[in-house]
Design a protein around this ligand. Structure first.
Ligand code: ATR
Length: 273
């Protein structure tokens, strides 16, 4: 419901934005809760003068995605603690001429694990060493997880994360030891539409293991299919995506929006289009 007096815009900035699902999701909730707002996809080539733009165009906040999650930080007035540690933000709140940055990806990842039985004593295996892996390592360390191994193509990238934390191991390949893992997480681009598959065989993995793929396009990646074939518990990137969006929405409006089956079906449909 648009009310010109109280209207505050929202949006996502990134480049390229291609087919981000955030506008669909946030506009659905904006309508559902009858809020005077609209969420726009903003594919931009530069991020200069963010505050001036937010002020002039009457924005309440933004989501920030690739490649600006780190670059935007120098333009913020304040930053939430966890976002500061991992040096990446995905949500901005513009209030009283002050821009504050948050990282709701971490909360999204954590909420994906809620209600899943997870043996924290077992090793955690993380595929990939980019920004998402860094945020996940931060979360796992805050949960006191002792045994973490990063598997990545480029050792250098893994070392950038490893040197900031104690006792994380690095491997080039997933060897036999993934058998004992309690949690196996894919944070690489492998499995995403347009990329090759991760191609991990899970038949020897213990039945307690949870397979968490943060890729959401497609939802049923090759890794998720392999996990289901082996009767392992799975968490898809769609669950994490929805949870990070709910958290951003609550930062802007102080409402934890509801998720129903119809919404999930519609999102899946738009992913498969
Ligand atoms: P994000 O910030 O979303 O985590 P990113 O920083 O681009 O994204 O990280 C992508 C991850 O996917 C990296 O770990 C990357 O491996 P490298 O560090 O070796 O670049 C991994 N990745 C991407 N394409 C890959 C491929 N074809 N094979 C193996 N790993 C790949």
């Amino acid at each position: 419901m648009i009310n010109n007096e109280s209207f505050r815009a929202l949006g996502i900035i990134g480049n390229p934005l291609k087919q981000s699902l955030s506008p669909y999701l946030h506009n659905y909730w904006i309508r559902q809760y009858k809020i005077s707002s609209y969420y726009l996809p903003l594919s931009i080539k530069r991020i200069t003068h963010i505050k001036r733009s937010l002020k002039t165009l009457n924005f309440l906040g933004l989501n920030v995605t690739i490649p600006y999650k780190k670059k935007i930080i120098q333009q913020l007035d304040s930053i939430d603690k966890s976002a500061k540690v991992i040096n990446a933000v995905n949500t901005l709140l513009y209030k009283n001429n002050n821009i504050k940055g948050y990282n709701t990806d971490i909360i999204g990842f954590k909420k994906g694990l809620i209600n899943k039985k997870w043996d924290k004593e077992r090793p955690v295996i993380i595929f990939g060493a980019g920004g998402a892996a860094e945020a996940i390592v931060y979360f796992l360390k805050s949960e006191n997880i002792k045994d973490i191994t990063i598997i990545n193509r480029t050792k250098n990238n893994a070392e950038k994360i490893i040197k900031r934390y104690e006792s994380i191991k690095f491997k080039h390949k997933a060897e036999e030891y993934i058998k004992e893992a309690g949690l196996i997480i894919n944070t690489t681009s492998l499995g995403m539409i347009g990329y090759p598959d991760l191609n991990l065989k899970l038949n020897k993995v213990n039945k307690e293991a949870i397979i968490y793929d943060i890729v959401y396009n497609p939802v049923n990646t090759n890794l998720i299919k392999e996990a289901k074939k082996n009767k392992l518990t799975t968490i898809t990137g769609l669950e994490m995506f929805i949870e990070q969006a709910r958290e951003s929405f609550s930062i802007w409006f102080n409402i934890q929006p509801k998720v129903n089956d119809k919404l999930i079906t519609n999102i899946k449909r738009s992913i498969n289009r």
